[in-house]
Design a protein around this ligand. Structure first.
Ligand SMILES: C[S@@+](CC[C@H](N)C(=O)[O-])C[C@H]1O[C@@H](n2cnc3c(N)ncnc32)[C@H](O)[C@@H]1O
Length: 325
């Protein structure tokens, strides 16, 4: 559940490029006749901007209790009568009219996040008029192998060469199967960006992903894992770019998928990664990434089978679940 400070972070300086791109996209598509739907309005910024841009009416849906603040802010800005705020999940909502424009940013660091895709598909079918406009229209997801010893050491260093002679390998094994949001620069990339998937929100129905990607190493160096990111086509001609080296949006960052071990990579090596993202019933995504690195002579230099499943810690029988007395 996001806090007010979280919502401030999302629309603050660290995510300014995101907000500016959304505003530009809204400017291109909202007209005085537009009925606008926003899914996940937070504190109502995009709903109010839609009013400023002349929308006839806005339906702003949000399951978080901060929707009451959004309504207060809308009233303070003179938009109280033009925005209908609805506190619920969009999948439970019906509207008195269909929207011409649907706006959302309910992804996480990647589009495969919680029930994001299922909610967009549902709203597209039920709440948007046929031919209506969606912001975003498409997300394009990329990855590249990266060299980033600082990030990798932060993951692993606490669990290796313990100064008191303790074995923490069970912790290291878990941590290298965890994904986390980091920030990379263009200099960290050891391969060119590889396209993972394009999510076309006008058409898509699937909320999982399975693919295999082959990439040649373009820079020699020690590889530590993969950086992911997505670019977005918010509206025709309006892009939001998140690649390392572009203006950074801290809200998305660059999710890091570490490798089990460091790999010394040479130009001409080939990396093959089999990827799978699967939404579980609790709406958390399970990820798998199996990586094989082959040298120029065809020798296997590394082979890792990883996944968020392997980061799980099972209940241990030695742990008392109740107080002993
Ligand atoms: C990342 S925040 C974005 C807030 C704001 N629109 C912005 O872009 O700054 C996503 C918000 O969407 C809400 N949300 C996600 N899915 C939703 C759904 N299906 N129906 C209603 N609210 C939803 C969450 O509670 C969260 O407050």
């Amino acid at each position: 559940m996001y806090s007010l400070q979280d919502f401030g972070f999302m629309i603050g300086p660290q995510n300014e490029a995101r907000v500016a791109a959304y505003y530009e996209a809204m400017k291109r598509v909202i007209t005085p006749e537009s009925v606008v739907l926003e899914i996940g309005t937070g504190v109502g910024l995009f709903a109010m901007l839609a009013c400023q841009l002349g929308a006839r009416h806005v339906y702003a849906i949000e399951s978080n209790k901060m929707i009451d603040l959004a309504a207060e802010l809308a009233e303070a800005n003179g938009f109280g009568s033009r925005i209908t705020f609805i506190k619920d999940l969009s999948t439970n909502v019906t509207l008195p009219e269909k929207a011409d424009v649907m706006i959302s940013d309910i992804r996480g660091t990647l589009p495969w996040f919680s029930n994001h895709i299922a909610c967009i598909v549902d709203a597209r079918k039920r709440l948007l008029r046929p031919g209506g406009v969606q912001i975003p229209g498409k997300d394009m997801v990329y990855l590249a192998a990266v060299h980033q010893p600082k990030i990798y050491d932060k993951y692993c260093a606490p669990w290796v060469d313990n100064r008191y002679g303790l074995d923490f390998s069970g912790a290291r094994r878990r941590v290298v199967n965890q994904i986390s949001r980091k920030r990379f620069t263009a200099d960290d990339l050891l391969t060119s960006p590889q396209a993972v998937a394009t999510l076309d929100y006008y058409l898509m129905t699937e909320d999982g992903m399975v693919t295999t990607i082959t990439m040649p190493v373009t820079e020699a160096g020690v590889g530590h894992g993969f950086a992911f990111w997505f670019d977005s086509e918010l509206a025709a001609g309006v892009s939001l770019l998140n690649a390392p080296g572009q203006r950074y949006n801290a809200m998305y960052g660059h999710p890091f998928f570490p490798w089990e071990n460091r790999v010394s990579l040479e130009k001409g090596d080939q990396i093959v990664v089999a990827l799978r993202a699967h939404r579980r019933p609790n709406n958390l995504y399970g990820w798998r990434w199996s990586t094989t690195v082959t040298g120029a002579e065809g020798q296997i230099k590394a082979s890792f089978k990883q996944g968020t499943y392997f980061s799980r810690v099972e209940p241990h029988p030695a742990v008392l679940r109740d107080s002993p007395n």
